[in-house]
Design a protein around this ligand. Structure first.
Ligand code: FAD
Length: 291
């Protein structure tokens, strides 16, 4: 039988993680459990041991909720997708909210957390592209104290993160976006809902008074080992009108999709480009009908 510990204070959780590993290994952190439990069940089904001790952090109140601080928004690691959907956030976060609405179904959105999504580091994690497009950082606490890392340096590959031994992700910090910035998130799956992304895109744009793109931050998921920002495309879009913008992917964008059961690499790239074009063109001001 596995050891199960539920921490009610952050200090206790960090102390438990600092303990030397027992015969069954170190603690496996569990937040909402929506990635941990399916993975454990799969391991057991393949007769592989799944008996490491579990550290349940879901009761840590200090890691829950969204708060506006001076120049930033702080999203606690245990904030669920449902909490994000209902949080009062500016339009620059609409892409993140759209992603939240498409993570699994209502039960998963009520349990699954933003921190769990980032730490699980799936190439198809729907939380990563919108947070990259928001220039997010992660806040980490552990034996070395408190440190912050840009999200792009935290999620470094397929299931690979910059989490050091004994550390917990405690929050996601998003610098306050400029007024007037809007955002979009589009994902393609094998069906409309309850599906892992074949490709996903997040776009944050602001327009100048003339309706031209003044700032652009763009990220793509499920088309490389970790979701990436497309800085070349971002620069190429500046000054264009959204409806007329050429949205083309290039080799320098660093996308390197794999062939798998969900789609071929070629299909993923074509899908990402189509989703990007739809997202960018969608920022065009609505045309007024003649009276
Ligand atoms: C039916 C179903 C549908 C799904 N659909 C989607 C989808 O459409 N899109 C999508 O992106 N995901 C999807 N998921 C995956 C999952 O729901 C999300 O990734 C969710 O956000 C994970 O959060 P969690 O709190 O449940 O993580 P957990 O399962 O509790 O943890 C995930 C990993 O992160 C670690 N961890 C968690 N929190 C912390 C922390 N604060 N500090 C350090 N380590 C931590 C855990 O040790 C574990 O390795 C789906 C899952 C299921 C079962």
């Amino acid at each position: 039988m596995s050891i199960y510990v539920k921490a009610v204070r952050l200090a206790d959780a960090l102390a438990a993680l600092a303990e030397p590993p027992g015969p069954q290994g170190g603690f496996q952190v569990i937040a909402g459990g929506t990635d941990v439990y399916p993975a454990r069940t799969a391991r057991i089904a393949w007769m592989r041991p799944a008996d490491e001790p579990m550290l349940d952090i879901s009761g840590l109140a200090e890691l829950k909720g969204v708060a506006a601080t001076g120049g930033a928004f702080r999203i606690g690691a245990l904030t669920t997708w449902s909490d994000i959907m209902s949080a009062p956030l500016p339009p620059a976060f609409d892409g993140l909210k759209l992603a939240a609405r498409q993570v699994g179904g209502a039960q998963i959105q009520n349990r699954g957390t933003i921190g769990g999504n980032l730490c699980n580091a799936s190439p198809a994690a729907d939380g990563v592209p919108p947070l990259l497009a928001l220039d997010a950082e992660v806040e980490l606490r552990g034996p070395g104290g408190l440190r912050c890392l840009p999200l792009a340096r935290f999620v470094t590959g397929n299931r690979a993160t910059g989490l050091a031994p004994g550390e917990l992700l405690t929050a996601v910090i998003v610098p306050r976006p400029p007024d007037g910035e809007r955002s979009a998130f589009l994902k393609l799956g094998a069906r409309a809902y309850l599906v892992i992304s074949i490709a996903s895109v997040a776009v944050n744009l602001s327009l100048d008074r003339d309706g031209r793109i003044a700032t652009a931050r763009i990220a793509v998921g499920a088309c490389s080992a970790a979701p990436v920002r497309l800085t070349r495309l971002e620069a190429a879009l500046l000054g264009a009108r959204p409806a007329e913008a050429d949205v083309l992917l290039a080799a320098e964008d660093g996308l390197a999709p794999i062939d798998d059961v969900r789609g071929s690499a070629t299909y993923r790239l074509a899908s990402a480009e189509t989703l990007l074009r739809r997202a960018v063109h969608g920022f065009a001001p609505a045309r007024r009908e003649a009276a």
